[in-house]
Write a protein that binds this ligand. Sequence first.
Ligand code: GLU
Length: 433
Amino acid sequence: MSRKKEEATALAEVPVDKPKSDPYASMLSRFYAAADVVGLTPEEKEILSRPAEIHIAYLPVAMDDGRVQVFESYRVIHSRALGPGKGGIRYAPEVNMREVMALAAWMTWKCAVVNIPYGGAKGGITCEPKKMSVGELERLTRAYTRAMSEVFGPDKDIPAPDMGTSAREMAWIVDEYSRLNKGNFIPAVVTGKPLELGGSKGRVEATGRGVTMVVLQALQRLGRRPEGLTAAVQGFGNVGSITAKYLSQNGIRVVAISDKSGGYYNENGILIHQAIQYRDSHGGILEGFKGGERITNEQLLTLPVDILVPAALEDQITPQNAPNIQAWLIAEGANGPTMAEADAILNQKGIVVIPDILANAGGVIVSYYEWVQNRRGHYYTETEVQERADNTIKQAFDDAFTRAAAQKVSLREAAYLIAVERVVKALRMHGKY
Ligand code: GLU
């Protein structure tokens, strides 16, 4: 079967309507390209082009006003070839199953490319967390944990935070899951927990720190110094804000940041600690921030900067805006921020793109250390965690960089080649069934 036909078949068989933005299609086209080079059999391609399992639950939740609202929720396991399913849970109004399917597959490639012993999974609940009370969110999270109690497990599927969730939700999951297991405290069922419940030092900052590490590593390989370079960061959640903080601590001038409220530009550099403080005291949003002149999110992407960090949503860099991007280095803090159709344009322009599955893997790397610490009952210092995580992600970057040079492909293609190779090797060892 031709590649296009395979893609069309796999796409046609997924059980939901195709939304306008389709991150699953972007994931598939990169996977198929790597699969052809690695030499997967048609059967192997078929297995990995679909999720292994999709779980859907409708969760009735008692709202504060006395109504009962039913929420749609998912947990998708893409692959367990390299280990238990691993990946965050997203709470957002636009969450849909195809998005969660793409995010789950990206977790498979991400864990494989940084060589940690996990498969890929992702969860999502279609809800508006900013409009819900703490009590409503707790009841929703506990209902989700009950519905997925047979799916989750420290050796089966290990959730973590993602957009719209944090250590607070992870604490509720540990509590509910432990209750369901006769009260045995099972912290390793979830990562990204509060320190008091078995969380790891360094986990909150891990993704943004990792993005910074791969940027610094790329600069070193390209023979550039960070001092004096400029950056624009799209998204000011956990990943964007912490990346911006670390970039500026390393001498890179962050001239633009943005969130849902729009963008903020200051050619002298945004004071990141001020922006973080402002966000935290204004309901988690930058609206009204005075540290820069207003620009749109779209303008941010095409600013004349050295480094661009898309750390918001999927499908932000499109075939339409890619020709106007001026940065020469892109580090994908978000999952899937670049549409597959834009890859060729960025490559032609000579832009070095550190792909999502590598650039934002710092979070799941420290999640892995958290899980190891939970199982050993022994806890590392922050320095120990950071040193291990920095080395792991830098090594993964170097492997991809070397592979890209050797095979004359982009960093994204190299990262996919490494990941697909590792996953399929494990898949073959599992045997036929
Ligand atoms: N949600 C994060 C990601 O997309 C972290 C996942 C995890 O730690 O399991 O990589």
